[in-house]
Design a protein around this ligand. Structure first.
Ligand code: GRG
Length: 292
């Protein structure tokens, strides 16, 4: 995300993430340094931005959305640490810095990821300015996003590298390993804002298409970009059956345009600010322009 449109939100999120690292022990302890290394490295902060833009058009009244977004960012950071481990993708570089297991050690990486996950639940359970009912609903949604129907199940399926994997199975993996945190960030915004059932369902349609398009863009980067552009290892998926297999760039572009159309049409049923429409459209456009 290159546009400066969200730079105020990104600096609010980064400042709050720094505050929240206080829960990981003395700043010079190994665990706190490893957590900060992963969490504060320059990510795009897309998931918290989504929650904040949806929850309110007034960032000053958005403390619950800021913390819910930061909790999601903690889970995301934990998933990246684990994904990069030698037992998984065996990567060296993430967000322009050495992966946590490279900068520290594998054992520290596993503990830092676990600590981030644990603390994410704590942040959700203590969200300010919203009802206990909403906090409980969000804890439930977070467990769904992380669990077998989410990150963990999606990653497990992804690690199987089955050459016979069909289109539906690939889409199901993408929905779980990538879409589930987008669904959480969208639903957190909707719940904090007090949206009704129809609006929430429309937003689920948006996040469904967004998760797939986002992962397709990530696959395209993995296959066609280099480390100077992505700031992380590329070519990690060459031995996996991804969405890109057996599709021409034209076909990928067309499918992403169809998904963008369906997502934007669902979004038109939800009363949200223009900036949110812009953000969502931009994510599809990244995949569309990269398929070449
Ligand atoms: C228990 C949390 C937990 C996870 C276990 C390891 C694992 C299961 C899941 C990994 C899932 C994963 C890494 C999916 C890829 C998602 C993806 C496209 C990440 C890149 O997101 P960006 O581009 O990254 O938003 P930045 O660095 O900008 O935040």
């Amino acid at each position: 995300m290159t546009t400066p449109l969200y730079s105020d939100l990104v600096s609010d999120i980064n400042n709050r993430l720094v505050d929240l690292t206080g829960a990981f022990g003395p700043p010079d302890s190994t665990l706190a340094r490893a957590v900060s290394h992963a969490l504060l490295a320059p990510g795009k902060r897309l998931r918290p931005i989504i929650t904040m833009l949806l929850a309110s058009n007034d960032p000053d009244k958005n403390r619950a959305a800021l913390d819910a977004g930061c909790a999601c960012e903690m889970v995301h950071a934990a998933s990246l640490i684990l994904d990069d481990l030698p037992a998984m993708d065996d990567a060296m570089l993430r967000r322009g810095v050495p992966c946590v297991h490279v900068a520290f050690s594998e054992s520290v990486a596993i503990l830092a990821a676990t600590a981030l996950l644990n603390q994410a639940y704590s942040v959700i359970a203590r969200l300010p300015d919203i009802s206990a009912e909403k906090r409980i609903e969000l804890v439930g949604l977070m467990t769904d996003a992380i669990g077998v129907g989410g990150l963990i199940g999606g990653q497990q399926a992804d690690l199987q590298h089955d050459e016979e994997t069909g289109r539906q199975e690939i889409l199901s993996r993408y929905e779980r390993k990538t879409g589930s945190l987008f669904e959480f960030s969208v639903m957190a915004g909707a719940i904090i804002r007090g949206m009704n059932e129809n609006e929430r369902n429309a937003l689920k349609t948006v996040s469904h298409h967004l998760g797939i398009a986002f992962q397709v863009h990530d696959d395209l980067l993995d296959a066609t970009a280099d480390i100077t552009e992505t700031k992380k290892d590329c070519g990690k998926d060459l031995d996996k059956t991804t969405y890109l297999a057996s599709k021409t760039p034209d076909e990928i572009r067309q499918r992403m345009m169809n998904r963008k159309g369906d997502a934007m049409s669902a979004l038109s049923k939800v009363p949200v600010e223009e900036a949110f429409h812009h953000l969502i459209a931009e994510q599809f456009d990244l995949a569309i322009s990269r398929a070449r």
